[in-house]
Design a binder for this molecule. Structure first.
Ligand SMILES: NC(=O)CC[C@H](N)C(=O)O
Length: 332
C-alpha cells in the first residue's frame, strides 16, 4: 500500500465549524464555534485517506475577514507547502468570502501542491449537515497527485471548482458554489475525477508572490443600481482607496450622472474598475458602453466585484500603471 499523503488543515472558522441549538436549525446558528481538533476527531474516516493534522489559524465568520487575515493565511500556506512532510493544504472557511480567499491564494502562493478551500452551508448540528463529507472530499483532493498544479480549489457538494471562478450563488442549500464556466471535476466515494483545467495564470505561473507582499492596499466596491449617487465613490476616495470597483449593472455600465465624478477621481490617481453585478457572472469588455481608453479606466472582464477587489488589491502591490493593470485583469 502506498504511503498516505500528509495533509494540514488550516482552520479559520465558518459554518463548517458552526453549531446550532437544534437539528432543525439549518440557517440560524453560530458560525466559528467548533475547534479544528474536534472536527478531525469527528471524522474517523480521514485516517484511511491521509495523515491529517490541524492548526487553528482564526476562529471567525468569513464576512469578518480583513486583508490582514488574507496576508497571514497566505504566508502560513506558503511556509507549509515548502515543507517536505506536507503534501497538501485544506483551509476550512466560512462560505461568505471563501471565493475571495481561494482566489487570493490562487494568485499569490507559489506551489504545485494542492490548496483546497472547504466550507459548509449547514452546521454540523443540523440534519443533513454537509460539512463532514465536504471536509472528507477536500482532504481527498488535497492529498491526491491529480490535484497538483491546478491552482487553489474549492471543494463542496461533491464538486471541485477553481478558486478563480467559483462564487457563492445562493445563501441557502448545499449546492451554493458554482462557477460561471463550470466545475473542474467531481469527488465520488473518495476518488476525484477531473474534466478540465483553468486556463488563467495561477500559483507557479503567477507573477505575484505572498512572500514578497507585506501590506495590501485599500480597494473598495461601490454598488450601482438605478438612482445611483456619487456619495459612496467620493467617500471611498477620501478614506484612501487606491481603486474603486464599480459594481455596475449590465456591462458594468456607468450612469451619466456618475461619469464626471469617476473621471475626476481617476484624475486624482484613483483607479476606476468597471465590473458587473449581474447574477450569473458578468463579462465586461474595454470600451463597451463607456470609453475606457479615453477615461483611462479599467474593466474587470469576467470577475465579479468581490473577485475584482482581490485581483486589484494584489495587482496594485506590483504596479500602478493602467496598461499593466488591464493586462493583469485579462491574464488572471
Ligand atoms: N455557511 C457559512 O459558512 C456562512 C457563515 C458565515 N457567514 C461565514 O461566512 O463564516
Amino acid at each position: 500500500e502506498a504511503a498516505k499523503p500528509n495533509v494540514v488543515i488550516l482552520a479559520t472558522g465558518g459554518t463548517i465549524a458552526g453549531a446550532g441549538a437544534d437539528a432543525m436549525n439549518s440557517a440560524t446558528y453560530q458560525a466559528a464555534k467548533v475547534p479544528v481538533d474536534k472536527l478531525i476527531a469527528g471524522l474517523p474516516q480521514l485516517e484511511k485517506i491521509a495523515t491529517v493534522r490541524g492548526e487553528q489559524v482564526f476562529q471567525i465568520a468569513s464576512e469578518s475577514f480583513r486583508n490582514d487575515n488574507l496576508l497571514a493565511l497566505g504566508k502560513r500556506v506558503a511556509a507549509l507547502v515548502k515543507q517536505n512532510d506536507v503534501d497538501g493544504i485544506v483551509i476550512t472557511h466560512g462560505t461568505d468570502t471563501a471565493e475571495e480567499t481561494a482566489y487570493f491564494l490562487n494568485l499569490v502562493v507559489k506551489t504545485e501542491k494542492p490548496i483546497v478551500v472547504v466550507a459548509s452551508m449547514r452546521p454540523g448540528t443540523a440534519i443533513s449537515a454537509d460539512g463532514a463529507l465536504n471536509l472528507l472530499n477536500a482532504i481527498t483532493v488535497a492529498g491526491s497527485k491529480d490535484a497538483r498544479g491546478k491552482g487553489a480549489l474549492v471543494v463542496m457538494n461533491d464538486t471541485i471548482n477553481s478558486g478563480r471562478d467559483v462564487s457563492k450563488m445562493i445563501n441557502i442549500r448545499p449546492d451554493a458554489f458554482q462557477s460561471p464556466w463550470g466545475p473542474l471535476g467531481l469527488v465520488v466515494e473518495g476518488k476525484s475525477y477531473w474534466f478540465r483545467k483553468l486556463d488563467k495564470r495561477h500559483t507557479t505561473t503567477s507573477e505575484f508572490d505572498i512572500e514578497k507582499i507585506d501590506a495590501l492596499p485599500l480597494v473598495e466596491i461601490a454598488y450601482a443600481a438605478g438612482n445611483v449617487n456619487d456619495t459612496a465613490y467620493r467617500a471611498f476616495a477620501k478614506t484612501g482607496a487606491k481603486a474603486i470597483i464599480h459594481a455596475g449593472p449590465g456591462n458594468g455600465s456607468v450612469a451619466g450622472t456618475l461619469v464626471p465624478t469617476l473621471q475626476e477621481l481617476r484624475g486624482k490617481g484613483l483607479h476606476i474598475i468597471r465590473s458587473s453585478h449581474v447574477n450569473a457572472g458578468g463579462f465586461v469588455l474595454r470600451n463597451a458602453e463607456q470609453p475606457d481608453d479615453k477615461y483611462d479606466w479599467l474593466v474587470a472582464h469576467d470577475l465579479n466585484p468581490q473577485k475584482a477587489r482581490i485581483l486589484a488589491t494584489v495587482a496594485l502591490t506590483a504596479t500602478n500603471d493602467t496598461k499593466e493593470l488591464q493586462r493583469i485583469f485579462m491574464e488572471y
